[in-house]
Design a protein around this ligand. Sequence first.
Ligand code: RTP
Ligand code: MG
Length: 141
Amino acid sequence: MALERTLSIIKPDAVAKNVIGEIYTRFEKAGLKVVASKMKQLSKAEAEGFYAVHRERPFFNALVEFMISGPVMIQVLEGEGAVLKNRDLMGATNPKEAAAGTIRADFADSIDANAVHGSDSLENAAVEIAYFFPATDVYAR
Ligand code: RTP
Ligand code: MG
């Protein structure tokens, strides 16, 4: 498997629950390294741009309003097969369907407030990382 980087966001609900550290521990225990991170209050324009692929979906406005409802913690994770590994740690989009022991099963309340975002492909990961971090703010480790 190849060394990959993926974009992860701890969403406002999980930041409010004070579980940033618990989620970081899951990344680290799975062999993913945090190679960039920042806490940020997204503007509406930033959230709309980030989720632009969902612009036409019925849940788009609710998604954007949720993502700007409080600060988020944004990080780049690096490791073997990082994109899929992070998606496995996250669990299904709807926490009711998320496997036991996943981040969403343990910390998410609903399909809207579902604790974390993770890039869904290597290609999207590169775009999403560049959306939030200049290359100089991502550290090879
Ligand atoms: P994310 O992008 O946040 O990592 O989530 P995901 O890949 O698991 O799910 P995605 O299909 O990309 O959807 C983005 C976010 O939109 C909300 N959503 N609501 N009500 C609905 O049917 C619905 N579908 C998606 C979720 O909050 C999801 O995380
Ligand atoms: Mg997605």
